[in-house]
Design a protein around this ligand. Structure first.
Ligand code: XIL
Length: 375
């Protein structure tokens, strides 16, 4: 408990300003300045959005997106299982993707495409032979990959400015994940995906996107992968650090070193899926204690004060690292608008983002704005 108290004191200064902002929000007015204006000289501020938001069904969500963010990522609608659920040219369903891109254009936003080649949310038929049981051969899978990338990237050419071409290709130990892509095509599936994407839109920024790149072994694997691709002339132009972080992982030092390591390779660095999971297991006793408090409160909307403050400080710390690297970091994207939208709820009530379930800014919002104002 002693440690917990010192955490409160450490962020007491932050908290005073933060409470002022949440007070303002109780009157339901949107906060000023906005995230995008606070960071306009530093990097874009993005958010992953869902169908209810870009179709306007979630009016409050849509309003918040327009007022706070200048870049969008599609939380799900451009994933293979949604945009090409069935094989062949007739197997595409472009409608949700089209609406997503139109929303971004109408609101003058920097539009991200996510994601082309991934082991998850990809239908089984992609990897299977005609018999429906065995894997298909290399040539067949390369052709399916080429058709998909040509069709999808080509359709939004010049409109989607940046694509996650390959997502999560590495294991925690830094070796290539033994996905069907690797098993069927071999190591060069990554290079092929980037080549096909470049062919379909030569002006798009092409990202390699992954999680936990702050950890030593995985980071080393990613650096080796990017270097190898670069030496082969493969057009990988950005690295996405997903940053699904916890209160105590990664450390500020790890985040700092990770951004610096990738920047050194000459690629743009983007934070692509930021959120702070308050519920995933932690080794440190004080964080474990906070998690107990969050869980015991999980049937009310409230986030215990102490945890609210820890989250606030966590966001302030992260943004000061991003700002330190503002010459290399070009975009910071949150993975969801409000806590209610977050993929991290999974049956439990989580509180990972800057806006609460009533679309109101949390104290962490004020802390992020304040971080931008620091000289
Ligand atoms: C998640 C979405 O947020 C969920 O709605 C979906 O059910 C599963 O995928 N890494 C990624 C994202 O690259 O696409 C994932 O998004 C979160 C982890």
């Amino acid at each position: 408990m002693k440690k917990l108290k010192s955490t409160i004191l450490a962020c007491a200064g932050l908290f005073v300003t933060a409470s002022l902002t949440s007070g303002a929000a109780a009157g339901n007015s949107l906060p000023a300045p906005s995230l995008k204006s606070a960071y306009k000289n530093d990097f874009l501020i993005g958010v992953a959005i869902n169908q209810r938001q870009f179709t306007g069904e979630d009016t409050q969500g849509a309003a918040l997106i327009k007022s706070q963010f200048n870049s969008i990522s599609p939380e799900n609608v451009l994933k293979w299982e949604i945009i090409q659920p069935r094989p062949g040219a007739s197997g595409y369903d472009f409608d949700p993707g089209d609406r997503y891109v139109e929303f971004g254009e109408t609101n003058g936003m920097y539009i991200i495409g996510h994601t082309l080649v991934w082991h998850s949310q990809t239908p089984n038929w992609v990897f299977l032979a005609e018999d429906g049981t065995n894997y298909c051969d290399r040539a067949t899978l390369l052709k399916r990959m080429h058709d998909h990338i040509q069709t999808v990237v080509g359709r939004y050419r010049g409109r989607i400015k940046c694509w996650d071409v390959v997502n999560e290709a590495l294991q925690d130990n830094g070796e290539l994940r033994k996905s069907p892509w690797l098993k069927i095509i071999g190591d060069d599936y990554i290079a092929k995906a980037f080549e096909y994407a470049h062919e379909a839109d030569p002006d798009a920024i092409l990202r390699y996107n992954d999680y936990s790149l702050e950890n030593e072994a995985k980071r080393r694997g990613a650096i080796a992968l990017i270097k190898k691709l670069q030496s082969e002339g493969v057009p990988v132009t950005a690295v996405g650090l997903q940053d699904h972080v916890k209160l105590d992982w990664p450390t500020v030092e790890q985040e700092d070193a990770t951004i610096a390591d990738f920047a050194r390779l000459g690629v743009k660095v983007m934070i692509t899926e930021l959120d702070v999971d308050l519920l995933s297991r932690s080794r440190s006793a004080d964080v474990a204690e906070m998690q107990k408090q969050v869980l015991s409160n999980s049937y009310t909307n409230g986030l215990p004060e102490l945890v609210q403050q820890a989250l606030t400080k966590r966001y302030a710390d992260l943004f000061s690292v991003f700002l330190k690297h503002r010459n290399d970091v070009t975009l910071v994207t949150f993975w969801g608008v409000t806590d209610g939208d977050s993929w991290l709820n999974q049956g439990r009530m989580n509180h990972p983002l800057l806006f609460d379930r009533q679309w109101r800014p949390k104290p962490a919002f004020a802390a992020v704005i304040q971080a931008a104002a620091k000289p």
